[in-house]
Design a binder for this molecule. Structure first.
Ligand SMILES: [Fe+2]
Ligand SMILES: [Fe+2]
Length: 277
């Protein structure tokens, strides 16, 4: 039986009735994502939200988040992004799994989910768009990975430790990615690092494993690889991740929130067969 974690990212929730960035009805989109996850069969074992839960860190946004995410019947693990307030999140989610056992100084924690271990990191820096872990959290990570070297592990964080080529997003990537790479490369049980922040799908190698960034459940960042590309959002299809440990490896799917035409059964048509059949 596979162990499956769903990843939702970049909800950017607002106080009830307010859009994000003037145009994005993030609360409505996040509600649709939660509905899509509730409909998954088989149901995932857990959900992890890789930051930017709120849009401004307003306590009213976390009230919306708690109500919305409480509709998920499985454990939900949250971590802050640059749009969050780690302090407000810790208060709002104080009794939620993971957060209640989090490190005193950073909102980082490790939990076992079926055959997998999920390690969440807090890359947020109060008042700054970029990400940073710092020595204390890196030491905590090294110890947390050392405690369970035989368990396949997923590291979840908001700011990716790689450059994507989208210049305005790369300026706010994780600053101490080299120090993170040194630790990750010493713990080969790390199967994947999953991230958000960039609001689109990006895959890149990192420290003997890979970093997978997934789209947001609301708005996306435009794919513009020009060095002076302006920061703009686009309403491309909303998506989330399904990460399954199969016993052979960690298989990651990107799933769309919205429904599309189909499914149509595989068949070439009445009275026709494909070669070899
Ligand atoms: Fe975001
Ligand atoms: Fe972000």
């Amino acid at each position: 039986m596979a162990t499956t974690i769903v990843q939702l990212t970049d909800l950017h929730l607002r106080p009830r009735g307010l859009p994000a960035l003037r145009v994005v009805e993030t609360n409505m989109f996040a509600t649709r994502a939660v509905k899509a996850v509730r409909a998954l069969s088989p149901a995932p074992d857990a959900v992890v939200v890789t930051g930017d839960v709120a849009d401004t860190g307003d306590p009213r946004e976390y009230a919306v988040a708690k109500e919305l995410l409480s509709a998920l019947p499985m454990p939900v693990y949250v971590m802050p992004g640059n749009h969050d307030s780690a302090r407000e999140m810790r208060t709002a989610f104080a009794d939620w799994p993971g957060v209640r056992d989090a490190d005193a100084d950073s909102l980082c924690y490790a939990v076992d989910i079926g055959d997998l271990r999920l390690v969440t990191l807090d890359t947020s820096v109060e008042g700054k768009p970029y990400g940073h872990l710092g020595e204390a959290q890196l030491a905590w990570l090294d110890a947390a990975l050392g405690e369970a070297s035989d368990r396949p592990t997923v590291i979840a964080l908001h700011h990716p430790p790689i450059a994507t080529g989208i210049a305005h997003m790369d300026r706010s990537r994780l600053r101490d990615s080299e120090a993170l790479a040194e630790i990750v490369s010493a713990h080969p049980q790390v199967q994947r690092i999953i991230a958000g922040h960039v609001h689109r799908v990006v895959l890149a190698p990192f420290a003997g494993t890979e970093v997978l960034i997934l789209p947001g459940v609301a708005h996306q960042v435009g794919l513009d690889l020009e060095p002076e590309a302006p920061a703009q959002v686009v309403l491309e299809p909303r998506a989330y991740g399904i990460h399954s440990w199969t016993g052979e490896g960690l298989v990651s799917h990107m799933a769309y929130v919205e429904a599309f035409p189909g499914p149509f059964p595989f068949s070439p048509g009445e009275g026709v067969s494909w070669p070899g059949q």
